[in-house]
Design a protein around this ligand. Structure first.
Ligand SMILES: [Zn+2]
Length: 72
């Protein structure tokens, strides 16, 4: 059976992992995965939103969901 991991796919369209860093695919700015603060994009980045973004927290939540579903 083929399962599409849509939320992770969506995460992946905006962010990428670079060692201990999470990087915005649009502006290239990175933040440590353990950083607690909101992500700071480069000025004029198209991925910037009015709402604060926490890509590491989002990723952690996605992974936790998968573990609970027994996908990992
Ligand atoms: Zn950005």
């Amino acid at each position: 059976m083929s399962v599409t991991y849509l939320p992770l796919k969506a995460w992946n369209t905006h962010w990428t992992l670079d060692g201990p860093l999470v990087r915005c695919r649009h502006c290239g700015v990175s933040q440590d995965l353990t950083a607690a603060g909101a992500f700071q994009h480069a000025l004029g980045c198209t991925a910037r939103t009015l709402q604060a973004q926490y890509p590491s927290r989002e990723l952690a939540a996605l992974l936790q969901q998968k573990i609970q579903l027994g996908l990992f």
